[in-house]
Design a protein around this ligand. Structure first.
Ligand code: SAM
Length: 250
């Protein structure tokens, strides 16, 4: 059927593409890619000859109207990003919304996603979690976001909340330092590196423990997901946050 197919692709291990994703990518009229060169490697590997075009962060909104018209005229378009699920810290959301608003079909084709893959093996609570994606790059804004995340947890919460973050290797040490400042050095975390790849690794423990494991290395490399166990604030801390937010508002 005509529509927009949001197709998940592997986050490292090519075996994680689904049979359905392969069939959809082979049979659609066109594949809109975040980076056509990156996707071409995947298509070559699986001998898929479908035409590609580029849709990235900077032209996604502008491309939407044209794609909607094509879909209306019966064209089937797949959207893929460099890795994982479209729309998750990646292009896809604007296109999906435009197609839905036009009353046309949006079809999800599920598969790999770094956040959920890290979460299920983290050892942290999987019952309640919050996906926050990338934190702000500047320290002040990052600490403020961490503080606000904790404040959003109800005081009577049954247990901790696992916050799932994407982070770049060159910023991980700064972010861990901020987590120690805001949540305390004994806050439990898990750092998932290079998921589904040859050097997949999980570092689990308190912030201090994970920091000292990383300090033994010359450089921290690879793609990573950081998971943080956030405990509800005590009544006193919650009141402190409220008065802080009030002071900022004044
Ligand atoms: N759309 C993707 C998804 O569904 O997971 C995420 C795209 S986001 C631009 C890229 C970030 O995801 C990386 O910076 C890293 O934090 C995380 N990531 C992607 N692949 C990963 C992997 N194999 N191992 C660990 N983290 C990964």
């Amino acid at each position: 059927a005509p529509g927009l197919y949001l197709v998940a692709t592997p986050i490292g291990n090519l075996e994680d593409i689904t049979l359905r994703a392969l069939r959809v990518l082979r049979s659609v009229d066109r594949i809109a890619c975040e980076d056509t060169r990156q996707t071409q490697k995947l298509l070559n590997h699986f001998v898929i000859e479908t035409k590609t075009t580029s849709v990235h962060e900077h032209n996604e909104a502008g491309r939407a109207a044209g794609l909607v018209e094509e879909i209306r005229s019966g064209v089937r378009i797949a959207v893929v990003t460099d890795a994982g699920m479209p729309g998750i810290s990646d292009p896809g959301m604007h296109l999906a919304r435009a197609v839905i608003e036009a009353g046309l079909n949006v079809i999800p084709v599920p598969g790999a996603n770094a956040a959920l893959t890290a979460l299920i093996a983290s050892g942290l609570d999987t019952e309640r979690f919050l996906f926050e994606g990338f934190l702000p790059p500047r320290q002040g804004a990052r600490q403020a976001r961490l503080t606000a995340l904790r404040a959003s947890l109800p005081e009577d919460a049954a247990g901790p909340l696992t916050v799932v973050l994407y982070e770049a290797p060159h910023r991980i040490l700064e972010t861990l330092a901020d987590i120690a400042v805001v949540y305390g050095a004994d806050c439990r975390i898990a750092l998932a590196r290079e998921l589904t790849k040859l050097h997949e690794e999980f570092l689990r423990g308190t912030v201090t423990e994970v920091e000292s494991l990383l300090a033994e290395r010359d450089r921290v490399r690879g793609e990573m997901v950081l998971l943080v166990e956030v405990q509800p604030a005590t009544a006193g801390e919650a009141a402190g946050t409220v008065s802080l937010l009030e002071r900022i508002a004044e």
